[in-house]
Design a protein around this ligand. Sequence first.
Ligand code: ZN
Length: 305
Amino acid sequence: MVKQQTCLLTGKILVFDIGGTNIKYGLFSNKGRLLKTGEEETPKSYNNLLLFILDNVISNHNIGYVVLGIPGTISYANHKIIFAPNLKYLTNKYIVRDLNKKGNIHCLIENDANLAGIGEYYYKKERVKNFALVTLGTGVGGALINNGKIFTSKISSFELGHMKIVKDGRLCGCGKFGCFEAYASKIGLENTYSELTGEFLPVNDIISKARVMEKYSTKSFQIFGSYLGLGLSNIANLLTPEEIILSGGLSEVADLFFDTTIQTFNDNIYPSFINKIKLSISQLKNRAALFGGYSLAKVSQQRQS
Ligand SMILES: [Zn+2]
């Protein structure tokens, strides 16, 4: 026990941001220095995911905490993953318990967007106390930070990507129709391109084509940006955050859609909110969840000491 307690207080912190397509990881020193990062395709089965995490724990010595960002809803009462629409094998899993069966690991889990929100809160250059964070990845995630705390409930974190923006719209991974995520995510962008052309093209190819002004890719990004602006205006009207920060993979190509997003956002937010609610792109890029994982572990560590 003494050894484990020492490890918790001085050991390194290994964070996994588990996405529907890729898994990112970051190894931090106990003092917060990012020692290394990596990104790989997300393992195709639950058992392989557990092995991937364990292999990384074993190969990086003296790990105090492992933090997992989960692309779905989590029960805070028992750490069960309730539903993960873009990585369905995680649904109904107790990943903390299962990792502990394979090795004595001090593991924390949090919704991936909430982790990114924590990362923005602690690492953003200008501290904002009330903001919303929207992650544009395989799906759409969201976090609301209210007076420095994550908004959540005993049921789960909220599911911003599944608010409805089109009545009887596209089928979403959650099984319902017309969700924000079915339009303003990587999947949504690919679906838009398919609707315009009748052909499937992976998101990276749509980006490459849009860079050379190909007609359908450019149009796909305009439609994407417009739906995104509409969804963000709903968030603004409902929650009046001081700022809405875009994070996740597609936020890194915001130059392809952000003007359209701002236009649609301003067309739809409550008139007195115009120019008061800032839209911005994360300064942490797609590493916000990794930094959030480190911050979460440090808060847990302070409770332990
Ligand atoms: Zn949905």
